[in-house]
Design a protein around this ligand. Structure first.
Ligand code: SF4
Length: 222
């Protein structure tokens, strides 16, 4: 199986439960969710005209809408050739769960890597059982894709972006039938806004949840 890749780079995880961990980021191309505030809109379309070489996507690519196909083995070869030392791989997007990730995650695990998927929850999660799944539910976005209960149940971590009270109400309605006792629950204020940050802090304290602050945007890294 081949996966369309927008960029591969080594960095530190900027948000959620693993904030600060060294990670290898694999950003897959393609997303139909349509969040208005998306900061990776260049990943939405898999345009045949924008197919490039594997070497071109082998770095942080500064918002380019290009992509290259990789097999799982080609990822591993590229990562090893780059001399990356992180053992934690984040498969992001785009919407990575548009693709069947079983083969990719199992080959990466066999090669000694821990896999994490970051998904909107709008597609079925197809990955190994030991893959860490972070669902950041995207509710009522332009693409009109419902957030799947199966994705929420599979999540190890639910990380919700909030700007105002209605966003926490939407999350509460979404997870009403989900047992969250074994999950990391995170709230993330949108776009470093003060009002959203204050609200997220207040709610995290009330609920004993974790605050996620997009550290990479404060320290100016990818
Ligand atoms: S799901 Fe992610 S990549 Fe897709 S539109 Fe929303 S924020 Fe952007």
């Amino acid at each position: 199986m081949q996966y369309p890749v927008n960029e591969i780079f080594e960095t530190v995880q900027g948000e959620g439960h693993f904030t600060g961990f060294p990670v290898i980021f694999i950003r897959l191309q393609g997303c139909d969710v349509g969040c208005s505030w998306c900061d990776t809109k260049q990943t939405w379309l898999v345009d045949p005209e924008m197919q490039v070489s594997q070497q071109t996507v082998n770095k942080a690519c500064d918002d380019k809408p290009h992509w290259a196909n990789f097999t799982a083995q080609e990822f591993i070869t590229m990562i090893q050739k780059n001399g990356f030392v992180a053992k934690h791989i984040v498969i992001s997007g785009g919407e990575p769960c548009q693709y069947d990730l079983v083969e990719l995650t199992s080959k990466l695990e066999q090669a000694g890597y821990f896999c994490q998927i970051e998904t909107s929850g709008t597609s079925e999660v197809r990955a190994t059982d030991s893959t860490w799944v972070t669902v950041s539910p995207k509710i009522q976005m332009k693409g009109q894709l419902p957030v799947l209960q199966s994705a929420l149940r599979r999540a190890n971590e639910i990380k919700h972006v909030i700007a105002m009270e209605k966003h926490i109400e939407e999350l509460d309605a979404l997870i009403v039938d989900i047992d969250t006792s074994d999950k990391i629950m995170c709230l993330q204020p949108i776009s470093q806004q003060k009002r959203a940050t204050d609200l997220a802090i207040k709610l995290c304290i009330e609920r004993n949840w974790k605050l996620s602050v997009q550290m990479h945007k404060y320290i100016f890294i990818d």
